[in-house]
Design a protein around this ligand. Structure first.
Ligand code: FAD
Length: 449
């Protein structure tokens, strides 16, 4: 809330990624002067770095955030709906597992670069906002508050404001500075697995080489590959494997080893990947980290959002969705706050209390889903479990809502969704036990007469 006639508050946004660009739009519309400083060059002038995740799954929470700034319709026009998982067994068999009983409920594959450009352009269109590319934040003064940036020529500039917004991702410079504060909690945990991005180009005759409206998974116990469709008919594949050990990245050092691995493990995908060996050795092997910290703010002068505050591993497809939810929560909290630093501090405390338990719950869920995708999705018992979940949801829709549905297709806070899912599962187990005892009693009664 800014008062008419008063000086507009100024925000220095560090990082023009997904959360930073969306936050810039919201803050500018709330009357702030916003300067976004993004370390990378203008993405419209380059092809983007090779090897970055080029698509993401966006679901209800992300779409809701885009709708709040009137961008959902235009952006979602470029998304490819994914209605379920297509599981590719080692023997070449495929099974489709719908995400929901309602086939219109889907997650959506969207280009990361396209989405980022759309958000940065939306920010730049706001009268109070400016975007600077090639500005790398190197130092932060929490109490001024101010940040120092270096451009491509090595020139240093200082930007001051009323608020520093750290939207600079999992290795945030602002967070690193906050780590030096008394009583700042911080932890980072790497998975023993890393990932590498690969590609399935469009079919030679045009169109998709695989079923387009699905998230494809090749689960192989200690490793797996997934593929998400792109608007141009290609798929971005991501291989998740241990860094070391059997089937680890360290055992795939030569082109012949990579080819043999794919021939053995992903035989149905290999013929669709003509650039496999080039991609495999050109693209980096990247790590997967969970970051937790608290508090996310320094008074009313500095605030972390998105991956800078809570990076999660990507296995529930929720990192960006959660980052966008932070922006919605920030916008709501600022709407109720006054103009001065004390009011903002109160707003940030409220934001932290509202979001922290939920993103902590998401972090645990994302790791659990890694094990589920890798080890269980291909098994018959997992397919049975999902079929029972869908049946319960179909016949008892108010009583039973699967966890995946609550996380991906509703705005139910993550921690609440997990608590409800646990209650439902306990009740379902009791119900199954009661039905079993009743059935046995009925059989015994029938045989006794
Ligand atoms: C392999 C993979 C797949 C994923 N898939 C999904 C998915 O399907 N769905 C989903 O919801 N999420 C997914 N995620 C998570 C998602 O990518 C992140 O949660 C999301 O990008 C967070 O947005 P952000 O803006 O907080 O951070 P980022 O997107 O990392 O943006 C940070 C920005 O800050 C800039 N920056 C960094 N340091 C500086 C600096 N010193 N100075 C200036 N600028 C700086 C960076 O260049 C970048 O533009 C995935 C992540 C990975 C790794």
């Amino acid at each position: 809330m800014t008062t008419a006639g008063a000086r507009r508050p100024r925000c220095v946004v560090i990082g023009g990624g997904l959360a930073g660009a969306l936050a810039a739009v919201c803050l500018a519309r709330r009357g702030w002067e916003v300067e976004v400083h993004e370390m990378r060059p203008d993405p419209r002038l380059s092809d983007g770095p090779r090897g970055r995740s080029i698509n993401l799954a966006i679901s209800a929470r992300g779409i809701d955030a885009l709708a709040r700034v009137g961008l959902a319709e235009a952006i979602m026009r470029h998304a490819v709906p994914m209605r379920g998982r297509m599981v590719h067994d080692a023997n070449g068999a495929r099974h489709f597992q719908p995400y929901d009983k309602d086939p219109s409920r889907c997650i959506n594959s969207i280009s990361r670069a396209g989405l980022n450009v759309a958000l940065l352009e939306a920010a730049a269109r706001e009268p109070g906002a400016r975007v600077h590319y090639g500005h790398k934040c190197v130092e932060v003064d929490l109490d001024a508050p101010a940040a120092e940036f270096v451009d491509a020529d090595g020139t240093t500039a200082r930007a001051e404001g009323d608020l520093l917004l750290g939207a600079d991702g999992a290795f945030s410079v602002l967070r690193r500075r906050m780590q030096r504060m008394d009583r700042f909690d911080y932890s980072q945990d790497y998975l023993s697995h890393g990932y590498k991005e690969l590609c399935i180009p469009p079919a030679p005759a045009g169109g998709f080489a695989l079923e387009p409206n699905a998230l494809h998974i090749w689960p192989r116990r200690s490793f797996m590959m997934i593929a998400l469709p792109n608007e141009d008919g290609s798929f971005t594949c991501t291989l998740f494997a241990p860094f070391q050990g059997p089937n680890g990245f360290d055992s795939l050092r030569e082109p012949a080893q990579a080819r043999a691995f794919f021939t053995r493990e992903f035989a149905d995908a290999l013929p669709l990947m003509p650039t496999l060996v080039d991609d495999f050795f050109a693209n980096p092997t990247s790590s997967l980290v969970t970051v937790r910290c608290a508090p996310w703010h320094h008074g009313g002068m500095a605030l972390l959002i998105g991956d800078a505050a809570h990076a999660v591993v990507p296995f529930y497809g929720q990192g960006m969705n959660a980052a966008f939810e932070d922006v919605v929560a920030l916008d709501d909290c600022l709407a109720r706050a006054g103009d001065d630093e004390t009011d903002r501090e109160r707003a940030f405390r409220e934001l932290h209390a509202r979001r922290k338990p939920n993103v902590d719950a998401l972090a645990d869920l994302a790791i659990a889903n890694f094990l589920e995708m890798r080890d269980h999705v291909g098994t018959a018992s997992f397919r049975r479990h999902k079929a029972i979940e869908r049946a319960l949801h179909r016949f008892l829709p108010f009583w039973y809502v699967p966890l995946y549905t609550m996380v991906s297709f509703t705005l139910t806070p993550y921690a609440e969704a997990i608590a409800r899912a646990r209650r439902q599962d306990r009740l379902a187990r009791w119900l199954a036990a009661i039905l079993f005892v009743a059935a046995v009693a009925a059989v015994l009664a029938a045989t006794a007469t």
